[in-house]
Design a protein around this ligand. Structure first.
Ligand code: COI
Length: 359
C-alpha cells in the first residue's frame, strides 16, 4: 500500500544544548535538540507532523493514556559509520513492529516509510549528537500515546506519536560484562492471549516490582518464566534470552507472550550464516539445572536493542546460584557482540540490507 506523504513542518531550535561528556553518558539521561511529533484523530488521520525543539507536551489530566495506559513504544539505534555517515540499524523492522503493537492495543498504525524519512531528517539535523566513543550510540525512542480527553473506557479517538533521541553508553552499569539475573517464579510478565508480544509500557510497568526485588538481591535483571506453569524460560526484562546447550544456540519460541526482538532475529539469522546450529524451542528451568550440573550448558546471553548482547554470569533460582561458563563471557556471546556491533557501525559489509543511511 502506498503511504500518503507526511507534510512535515520544520522548526529548528534557536539555542542548542551543551552536549554531554561521551565517556559518561549512562543510558537515557540526555536528550537531543529536536523531536518529531504528529497527531492522529479519527476525523483527520495523521496530521500536524513536525520536527521541533525537544520540549514538554501539554496534555489534559483526562488524557486516556493516564488512565488506561494505551501506550506503545520502540527502541532503535543510530551509529557513526566509518565514512562519517550516520547509520540506522533495521529501522523499518522497528517501525513495523510498532504497527503490530498498535493493532494489538487498538491504536492507529503509522505510515512507517514516511516516518522513517522524518526520522532521517531529524537525525541529519541532530547528527552532532551521535556519539563517536566506542560502545556509545544514539538511542531512538518512538512512542505513541492516547490523548483523547475522556474517562469512559474505549479506544481513544486521538493520539500523539513522537520520536525522541538520546546519546547512550552501555545499558548496564557493568558494561559488556557477565550479569547476574534473578529467575522470577512468583510474579509473571505475560499470559497467552495477553499483550506480552506488544511493546507497550504496561508490560514494563508490571515488571517493576519483580525488578526492584531482584535488585535488592544484587541482580541486574529478571528472567521471566511462563505464567501457566512457571517452568519454562520466556525472556529477560529488557531482552530476549539465548542459551548454548551442547554447543547449540537455543532460545524460547515466539508464542505471543514474548517480545519478537529485532536483535533476537539478527542473532538467529547470523547463526544460520555463521554455521552455528540454532533452534527455537521451550527450555525448562529443570533442563537448565541439569545442563549446568552435567556441564552441557556453556553460555547464556540476552539480546536486545539497548544492551545488544549481554552475557549472563549467574542465575539466582529459588535461592540457588547457577553459575554459567565459570561466570565469564563465553566465545559465542563475544562473537555475536563483536559481529553485530561491527555490522551496526558499517565495519562489515552489509549483505542483509540492514543498514539505512540517515545522514
Ligand atoms: C530496548 O532494548 O530498546 C528496550 O526497549 C528495552 C528498554 C526497557 C530499555
Amino acid at each position: 500500500m502506498t503511504e500518503k506523504a507526511l507534510n512535515i513542518t520544520l522548526r529548528k531550535a534557536e539555542t542548542l544544548k551543551l552536549k554531554p561528556d561521551e565517556s559518561n553518558l549512562g543510558f537515557g539521561r540526555h536528550f537531543t535538540d529536536h523531536m518529531f511529533v504528529m497527531q492522529w484523530s479519527s476525523e483527520r488521520g495523521w496530521h500536524d507532523a513536525e520536527i521541533k525543539p525537544y520540549g514538554s507536551f501539554s496534555l489534559e489530566p483526562s488524557a486516556m493514556v493516564f488512565h488506561y495506559a494505551q501506550e506503545i513504544f520502540e527502541g532503535l539505534k543510530a551509529y557513526h559509520g566509518l565514512d562519517g555517515s550516520i547509520l540506522l540499524f533495521r529501522p523499518l523492522d522497528n517501525l513495523n513492529r510498532l504497527n503490530r503493537s498498535a493493532v494489538r492495543m487498538c491504536m492507529p498504525e503509522i505510515p512507517a516509510e514516511e516516518v522513517l524519512k522524518a526520522l532521517k531528517q531529524m537525525i541529519a539535523l541532530d547528527r552532532d549528537w551521535v556519539p563517536k566513543a566506542p560502545g556509545a550510540s544514539l538511542y531512538i525512542r518512538p512512542a505513541m500515546i492516547a490523548t483523547e480527553a475522556a474517562v469512559g473506557l474505549h479506544p481513544s479517538n486521538e493520539y500523539l506519536f513522537f520520536i525522541i533521541c538520546c546519546p547512550v553508553g552501555a545499558y548496564y552499569a557493568e558494561g559488556f560484562k557477565p550479569t547476574k539475573i534473578y529467575v522470577e517464579d512468583r510474579y509473571v510478565r505475560a499470559v497467552a492471549g495477553g499483550v506480552g508480544e506488544a511493546k507497550t509500557g504496561c508490560n514494563y510497568a508490571a515488571s517493576l516490582k519483580a525488578f526492584a526485588e531482584a535488585k535488592e538481591k544484587g541482580c541486574s535483571q529478571v528472567l521471566w518464566l511462563d505464567a501457566a506453569e512457571r517452568k519454562y524460560v520466556e525472556e529477560v526484562g529488557t531482552s530476549n534470552i539465548f542459551f548454548v546447550l551442547n554447543g547449540e544456540l537455543v532460545t524460547p519460541p515466539l508464542g505471543g507472550t514474548i517480545l519478537p526482538g529485532i536483535t533476537r532475529a539478527t542473532v538467529l539469522r547470523l547463526a544460520a550464516d555463521w554455521g552455528i546450529k540454532a533452534s527455537e524451542r521451550r527450555i525448562s528451568m529443570d533442563e537448565i539445572m541439569t545442563a549446568t550440573a552435567n556441564g552441557s550448558l556453556s553460555e547464556a546471553f540476552g539480546s536486545g536493542t539497548a544492551a545488544v548482547i549481554s552475557p549472563v554470569g549467574e542465575f539466582i533460582y529459588q535461592d540457588k546460584v547457577i553459575q554459567i561458563g565459570g561466570g565469564q563471557t563465553g566465545p559465542i556471546a563475544q562473537q555475536f557482540f563483536d559481529g553485530i556491533q561491527q555490522m551496526q557501525r558499517g565495519l562489515r559489509p552489509d549483505t542483509y540490507g540492514w543498514l539505512v543511511r540517515a545522514a
